[in-house]
Every structure is written in C-alpha cells, then in structure tokens.
Design a protein around this ligand. Structure first.
Ligand SMILES: Nc1nc2c(ncn2[C@@H]2O[C@H](COP(=O)(O)OP(=O)(O)OP(=O)(O)O)[C@@H](O)[C@H]2O)c(=O)[nH]1
Ligand SMILES: Nc1ccn([C@@H]2O[C@H](COP(=O)(O)OP(=O)(O)O)[C@@H](O)[C@H]2O)c(=O)n1
Ligand SMILES: [Mg+2]
Length: 194
C-alpha cells in the first residue's frame, strides 16, 4: 500500500489561515482530478463524529493551537491509503504546520514534489476569516482565535517554507489577486510537474 502512494505526486499546500488554500485546492481538483486532503477538514470530521478524541481535538482547535503531530499524520495517511488506487496526485492542504510535521510525513509516507505557498497579507487573511466566520460555523473563525492562528503561522509554519525552499520545490502564489488570477499561477506551477 505504502508503495502505491510513493509513486503518486504529493503537493503540500501551505499558507496562513484564510489565505485561500481550500479555494485553490477545489479548483485544482476540478482541473487535474487530484485527491484533496485538508488536514483541518479531517480534524473537523473527527470532532463532528462526537468521539472522545474529537472532543479533545475540538478544545485544541478552538484555542488555535496545533493538535498532536501523530494524530494529524495518521489521519492523512489513512485517507491517502483509502484513495491509493485511484489517485493521480495528492493535495495535502494545511500541512505541514511545523518543520517536524514535514519530517515525519516524509519518514512515514514520502517526499513532496511541490510546495504551493499561498501568500496573502495578514490584514487580508483576517478580513477574509471574519467574513467567512459570518456563515462558516467554524468555532475558530472568531477574532481571538484568528489572532492566535496567525501568530502560530508566522512562528511555526513560515519556517516550513524556508526548509523546502532549500530543495527548490516552493512556488509562491500571490493570493491577493482575484481567485481566477491566483489559479492561473497555480496552474503554471502544477503543469511544471509533468
Ligand atoms: N478575493 C479573494 N478572496 C479569496 C481568495 N481565496 C479565498 N478567498 C476567500 O477567503 C476565504 C478563506 O478562503 P479559504 O479557501 O477557506 O482559506 P484557507 O486557506 O483554506 O483557510 P483555512 O481553512 O482557515 O486554512 C473564503 O471565504 C474565500 O471566499 C482569493 O484568491 N481572492
Ligand atoms: N496540520 C494541522 C492542521 C490543522 N490543525 C488544527 O486545525 C485548525 C484548523 O486548521 P485549518 O487548516 O482548517 O485552518 P487554518 O488554521 O489554516 O485557518 C488549526 O488551527 C489547528 O488547531 C493542526 O493542529 N495541525
Ligand atoms: Mg481551509
């Protein structure tokens, strides 16, 4: 099973909260048929299941902190294996959140071929999340938690980008532009993979 995954293309999608990772991933799925795995969505599904583990996760996410590394990685790995027969590639959205998460992913699953760095200004991200919060029902789309998620992003996640830049696989995407213009840049980066 793990062998099958090794042959598939793995794309990390990294960017601040509300930068537009999920929006671009949806468009990539429509055009390229990749499998989209949002680590945040996987965690929210566990919370929604009402399990004991979900309750613990909910408390951490509501504070804007990171859940234990093994929890997220196991969820991603299981979801990848479930799609191994049909997947042309994987979009791993919102992961790695810290360099250690990237290292563990590579040990247990495989190396990414590309890292899409979805970049927007802090001000833009806050605005988008406050707007999304009006309808998203996400417990972490509130002013206080957004601030914590942003702080953690700059502290823990930005170093991830520097780490993969050394390998030459980072493509920076300016997500201040309208969605379709952002996607045009994304398409170029993905087409380079072929
Ligand atoms: N103007 C503009 N708005 C965008 C763009 N991308 C996303 N948005 C809006 O910004 C909000 C957040 O976008 P998401 O795609 O959910 O962001 P995300 O990076 O997945 O955020 P998290 O799930 O919090 O990690 C959404 O409500 C989108 O409508 C963009 O390229 N341009
Ligand atoms: N790899 C990950 C992904 C998400 N999470 C948790 O899940 C929350 C929501 O993740 P998300 O990717 O949907 O949203 P953003 O924080 O990027 O806006 C984060 O704030 C973390 O608490 C995590 O701990 N580790
Ligand atoms: Mg998202």
């Amino acid at each position: 099973m793990a062998d099958k995954i090794k042959d598939a293309k793995i794309v990390f999608v990294v960017g601040g909260p509300g930068s537009g990772k999920g929006t671009q991933c949806e468009k990539i799925v429509a055009k390229y048929g990749y499998t989209h795995l949002s680590s945040g969505d996987l965690l929210r599904a566990e919370v929604a299941s009402g399990s004991e583990r979900g309750k613990q996760l909910q408390a951490i996410m509501q504070k804007g902190e990171l859940v234990p590394l093994d929890t997220v990685l196991d969820m991603i790995k299981d979801a990848m294996i479930a799609k191994a027969d049909v997947s042309k590639g994987y979009l791993i959205d919102g992961y790695p959140r810290e360099v250690k998460q990237g290292e563990e992913f590579e040990k247990k699953i495989g190396a990414p071929a590309l890292l899409l760095y979805v970049d927007a200004k802090a001000e833009t991200m806050v605005q988008r999340l406050m707007k999304r919060g009006e309808t998203s029902g996400r417990a972490d789309d509130n002013e206080e938690t957004i601030k914590k998620r942003l702080d953690l992003y700059y502290k823990a996640t930005e170093p991830v980008i520097a780490y993969y830049e050394k390998r030459g696989i980072v493509r920076k995407i300016n997500s201040e532009l309208p969605v379709d213009e952002v996607f045009a840049i994304v398409v170029k980066a993905i087409d380079e993979l072929k």
